[in-house]
Design a protein around this ligand. Structure first.
Ligand code: SAM
Length: 282
């Protein structure tokens, strides 16, 4: 039976192109086109947007993004075995799908895309986290993308949206929430994928804010946050000792008790402290 977009069902695509999943490439495919369309919808209105998709595989999410009206999809896939399947999708949507065979950590995609851009991906988790950190730390803000819609292990997704006081709260939450609105929009059981991974997954949607939520120098903020969470069980007066010789008085000035632990300090307080540290140094 043909799928809703007139292309063959993904099980057939995988069988015909012999796309046996490779563990080394983190291949856990989504085969339900209703689900991939739902994920594409969670990326927001795609009409009038170019979309960067990383790791399209056999193209389930790619088809969702195109069916939901993306102006153009640029898909970067490392596994050359997927190219014939992706070429069939490109032929079905003339001029709207460009595929680059390469490593998303190395390919420079900017020249292939016209703003406004959204990014969507179901990626191996290690690559996903590295790309997320890169997308969140560009040289200039606002970045070249408007939103990121990314599948992660549920535990990683929880680290991105965590609030102070939670065990998941740390560097990733602060980095993401400083410059974005971040929320979990979908949770998927292992059976949603073929082959099924060991853990649940979640889709996180991050919308870039026009400017960071609170002013702070990105490098100073990152140093303070990293030092605080490297020894998260320690009191801040100890874990931040290397940041500034007068750290206790700077903490007090930022209304943070020097005996407090990093996991209870809000983003606003970290930004305030980073500003005081920067001023005390200059
Ligand atoms: N998007 C497809 C789906 O949802 O069914 C495939 C998802 S699968 C979890 C991850 C995909 O990312 C695979 O197709 C894999 O080959 C690809 N991939 C892995 N590492 C990559 C990298 N560094 N750059 C680009 N693609 C990569």
């Amino acid at each position: 039976m043909a799928a809703i977009d007139g292309l063959p069902p993904l099980r057939e695509v995988i069988r015909d192109h012999e796309l046996v999943a490779k563990k080394s490439l983190g291949q856990n495919f989504l085969l339900d086109l209703n689900l991939t369309a739902k994920i594409a919808r969670s990326a927001g209105d795609l009409t009038g947007h170019d979309v960067l998709e990383v790791g399209p595989g056999p193209g389930g999410l790619t088809r969702g993004l195109l069916a939901e009206g993306a102006r153009k999809v640029l898909a970067v896939e490392k596994d050359a075995r997927c190219l014939p399947a992706l070429a069939e999708i490109a032929a079905h949507y003339p001029g709207r799908l460009e595929v680059i065979n390469g490593d998303a950590l190395e390919v420079d995609v900017r020249a292939h895309l016209t703003p406004p851009i959204r990014i969507a991906a179901n990626l191996p988790y290690n690559v996903g986290t590295e790309l997320l950190v890169r997308w969140l730390t560009p040289k200039e803000w606002p970045p070249f993308w408007e939103s990121l819609t990314l599948m992660f292990q549920k535990e990683v997704a929880e680290r991105i949206v965590a609030k102070p006081g939670s065990n998941h709260y740390g560097r990733l939450a602060l980095l993401a929430q400083w410059r974005c609105e971040a929320k979990i929009v979908m949770i998927l059981p292992p059976e949603a994928f073929t082959p099924a991974p060991k853990v649940h997954s979640a889709v996180v949607h991050l919308r870039a804010l026009p400017e960071p939520r609170f002013p702070a120098d990105p490098k100073v903020l990152e140093r303070v946050v990293a030092a605080g969470f490297n020894q998260r069980r320690k009191m801040l007066r100890a874990s931040l000792k290397g940041i500034h010789p007068q750290i206790e008085s700077l903490l007090e000035e930022a209304a943070i008790a020097p005996t407090e632990r990093a996991e209870r300090v809000s983003l606003e307080q970290f930004c305030h402290l980073a500003r005081l540290v920067a001023a005390a140094r200059s």
